[in-house]
Design a protein around this ligand. Structure first.
Ligand code: PLP
Length: 404
């Protein structure tokens, strides 16, 4: 059960007004707001345990190292990964995908080898592969999306060839909300001996994920989308894969020894963490995961589903509404257009009513091309949103519609 009153009190920003109206924050797919415990953990870290990690013999450095490595274990438990060695801290989803795109293609792909992506990917899971296509001649194969916003699974199965080396797909679409059938995706790929990377940016805040149950090879997410700080994210990788891959960046932390003749790389997970890590960010991320864990992802998923269904029903009562993404399994993202109203106009006018939604292509231009549109209005809900806020949002959309 969600205790909405007490949850909202945890998020001071939700009590703000904008243009004299109560803030209604429906841009959670872009980034989430932070509970008090998370913000306080940042101050606490800098006030009480700040020292560079891993290198110091002094008290503070050891305390900071302990906190940073404890945070790795918290992430490990959150994902149910087999070992903390499988948890690499990155700057976010984007950096984690770039790391794999760079290191995996270097170690495991040759010119003409193929990676399978989908038409609903965020640019973060397209452009890193395109860079490798230019640099190394790898080939991108794309799974199309059907009219409901679901992956065309028959086409997916038909895309495998003896040149397929990796599948890299989003777990949940940031535009359509579609929750992709990742178990089936992984089973199929593994039947061809092909590993799978899942972009979990839009899944971890909303649904429970379990690395060992999924048997996924790589999984990535961003702290700021799960009530944590900006600038930190996670790459999960099976140890057997991470062991095979070369480092992504060079510098301190990722080495065992350096001479001008030869550098020996550090062991996992440090091999992939060049330079001073964001040791405050990691502990704050762990705090955010504790917070989410306390509410419980089952309760979060059930409550957000209710919000999504309520908002969808209400929005459909407005003439001229087109909803993009009606997959059978869907997370709390609602992309839409009303008649010929431009999404920017809708977004700007809703903003004047205190309602924050996102407008545009949502970093998914290939998907927009496939849908034959320039962009959408996107309302994305969190467990701190309410049906009353949705009522105000629907009234706002009606008001904007009447103005056109
Ligand atoms: N992948 C998906 C599905 C996303 O929604 C986003 C952000 O919106 C990203 C990747 C990129 O995340 P970040 O900018 O935190 O690296």
């Amino acid at each position: 059960m969600i205790d909405i009153q007490s949850i909202r009190e945890d998020f001071p920003i939700l009590a703000h007004t904008v243009y004299g109206k109560p803030l209604i924050y429906f841009d959670n797919a872009a980034t989430t707001q932070k509970p008090r415990a998370v913000v306080e953990k940042i101050t606490d870290g800098y006030y009480h345990v700040n020292a560079n990690v891993h290198r110091g013999v002094h008290f503070l450095s050891q305390a900071a190292t302990e906190a940073h490595e404890k945070a790795r274990q918290v992430v490990q438990q959150f994902l149910n990964a087999a070992s903390p060695n499988e948890i690499i801290f990155t700057r976010g989803t984007t950096e984690a995908i770039n790391l794999i795109a760079s290191s995996f293609t270097e170690a495991c792909m040759e010119e003409g080898d193929e990676v399978i992506l989908s038409a609903m990917e965020h640019h973060s899971n397209i452009v890193p592969w395109q860079l490798q296509a230019t640099r190394r001649g790898i080939v991108l194969k794309v799974v199309p999306v059907n009219g409901k916003g679901e992956l065309c699974m028959d086409t997916y199965r038909s895309l495998f060839s003896e040149r397929t080396k990796l599948v890299s797909l989003t777990h949940v679409s940031n535009v359509l909300g579609s929750i992709n059938p990742v178990k089936e995706i992984i089973r199929e790929a593994h039947a061809h001996d092909v590993p799978v990377l899942l972009d979990g940016a839009q899944s971890v805040p909303h649904i429970k994920v379990d690395m060992q149950a999924l048997d996924v090879d790589f999984y990535v997410f961003s702290g700021h989308k799960i009530y944590g700080p900006t600038g930190i994210g996670v790459l999960y990788g099976k140890e057997k894969w991470l062991d095979k891959l070369p480092p992504y960046q060079g510098g301190g932390e990722m080495i065992a020894s350096v001479s001008f003749e030869k550098t020996v790389f550090n062991e996992l997970p440090y091999k992939f963490e060049a330079g001073t890590p964001d040791y405050i960010g990691s502990t704050v991320l762990a705090e955010a995961l504790h917070y989410v864990g306390k509410i419980g992802l089952d309760a979060i998923a059930a409550y957000e589903k209710e919000l999504l269904q309520y908002a969808t029903r209400q929005l459909k009562t407005i003439d001229g509404t087109r909803i993009f993404g009606e997959a059978a399994e869907k997370s709390s993202v609602l992309s839409f257009l009303i008649g010929t109203i431009h999404p920017y106009d809708m977004g700007m006018l809703l903003d004047r009513l205190g309602i924050a939604v996102r407008t545009g292509h949502h970093c998914a231009q290939p998907l927009m091309n496939a849908l034959g549109i320039e962009g959408t209005v996107r309302a994305s809900f969190s467990f701190y949103n309410t049906k009353e806020e949705i009522d105000a949002f629907i009234a706002g959309v009606r008001q904007v519609k009447e103005m056109f």
